[in-house]
Design a protein around this ligand. Structure first.
Ligand code: SF4
Ligand code: SF4
Length: 397
């Protein structure tokens, strides 16, 4: 694609990167077939190809309006288009750059600004979010998944130690996930530890288009982890929510222009692993069983981290029968704060996803991300759990 970026961005790092990405797009449209918003809305401007065109025009200095922003807002950042694209267009990076430019050049209505500010303030603060969830549990709030007891967290006893990200919303919504991961890894000879004062990975504020604030959260998390990383005490950083995992794996890129943090960020990203990457299937007890489970592979796992088939293999290894799931590459509509900002599209995608997941009559749905878990549970007819909790159930006592 021919480009002619405007003076305001041409010579910046973002401009050079966006230009290189735009030039790779040959406008073939293959990506539209796997774009969830194009499938729901049928408008080319709600497809990757259309959004790439809108971003190109914005970076070339064409006027941008609320309509431009709306089409970018409707993008789930699921990155299914990246997996599909034969030319290797890194759409996720391009849309971050485009969104920042469009945000700066348009003004949102007051209600949108207030709603987004509230989410950006409350979600990344575990204490505040935890208090809100406790309050919400006093009432029948459908959006909250049932609370399962965390159980004991084994004391560190092994020479092999890994850090685990507690996260911002997961401790309040599902404290059982990291505790189950700690117990499974403990049995395999690895102690899982959390760092005091570690907070949000930065993904929430970054994807609410508060990119500078998101980077502040990333730096704060690096500071919290750094003593244990620098001392060599931990061999990896384990992340049990694939949405946070994809963000931490991109710290090296997202902080590359920060001279104080670039090196540390790259090291943190290199150490970051989704939980399914540190569990070797062969170390789990093999079993056969008849309990049928449908696995919902979050976009941040299969497209963002390009991890496909690993969780499924672990579930089969410990004795679950995997239910077939049609269109498993499509987003469930959760997408971070998307379900709160674009409820109609998000709700339609959840309905479609749940129909696909429940078609073969599974007894449970497994997932790898807390956002998807809460979003799906609100409409599912069967329990939705993190896959590590299902794996733990099959481990001998
Ligand atoms: S992003 Fe890739 S698949 Fe989509 S139009 Fe461009 S080149 Fe084609
Ligand atoms: S990231 Fe997802 S929603 Fe956005 S354009 Fe790509 S496929 Fe469509």
């Amino acid at each position: 694609m021919q480009t002619s970026l405007a003076d305001f961005i041409r010579d910046s790092a973002e401009g050079r990167e966006a230009d290189a990405i735009l030039r790779m797009c040959v406008h073939c449209g293959f990506c539209t077939a796997t774009c969830p918003t194009y499938q729901v809305l049928g408008d080319d401007l709600d497809s990757p190809r259309g959004r790439i065109y809108l971003i190109k025009r914005a970076l070339e200095g064409a006027p941008v309006t609320g309509r431009t922003r709306l089409h970018l807002d409707r993008c789930l950042t699921c990155r299914a288009c990246e997996t599909t694209c034969p030319s290797g267009v890194r759409y996720g990076r391009l849309v971050d750059i485009g969104r920042a430019v469009v945000e700066a050049r348009t003004t949102r209505p007051l209600w949108q600004r207030l709603w987004r500010a509230l989410l950006a303030f409350a979600l990344p603060r575990p204490a505040l979010f935890g208090a809100a969830v406790k309050l919400g549990r006093l009432f029948p709030v459908k959006k909250l998944p049932p609370l399962h007891a965390a159980g004991a967290w084994p004391a560190p006893r092994h020479a092999r130690k890994m850090l685990v990200l507690a996260g911002c919303v997961q401790p309040a919504l599902a404290p059982s996930i990291n505790a189950a991961a700690a117990r499974v890894l403990d049995r395999l000879g690895i102690s899982l530890v959390e760092a005091p004062a570690a907070g949000c990975c930065g993904g929430i504020r970054f994807h609410l288009n508060e990119q500078d604030a998101g980077r502040d959260d990333m730096r704060a998390l690096i500071d919290a982890w750094w003593p244990m990383v620098e001392s060599g005490e931990v061999e990896a950083i384990v992340i049990t929510a694939s949405g946070c995992g994809v963000t931490v794996k991109e710290y090296g890129y997202l902080l590359a222009q920060d001279p104080q943090y670039a090196e540390k960020a790259a090291r943190i990203s290199a150490m970051a692993k989704d939980l399914c990457e540190v569990l070797d299937e062969k170390t789990l007890p093999a079993a056969r069983g008849s309990e049928r489970v449908a696995f919902q592979s979050p976009c941040t796992l299969q497209h963002g981290q390009q991890l496909r088939g690993k969780v499924e293999a672990l579930l089969v290894r410990v004795g679950y029968e995997l239910a077939p799931v049609e269109d498993s590459h499509l987003c469930c509509g959760s997408a971070g704060t998307y379900s709160l900002l674009q409820p109609a599209i998000s709700g339609e995608l959840r309905t479609r996803k749940l129909a696909a997941l429940q078609k073969a009559g599974p007894q449970a749905i497994a997932t790898a991300n807390i956002g998807c878990l809460a979003h799906l549970q609100a409409g599912a007819g069967v329990p939705v759990r993190h896959w590590i909790e299902l794996v733990e159930r099959k481990m001998p006592a």
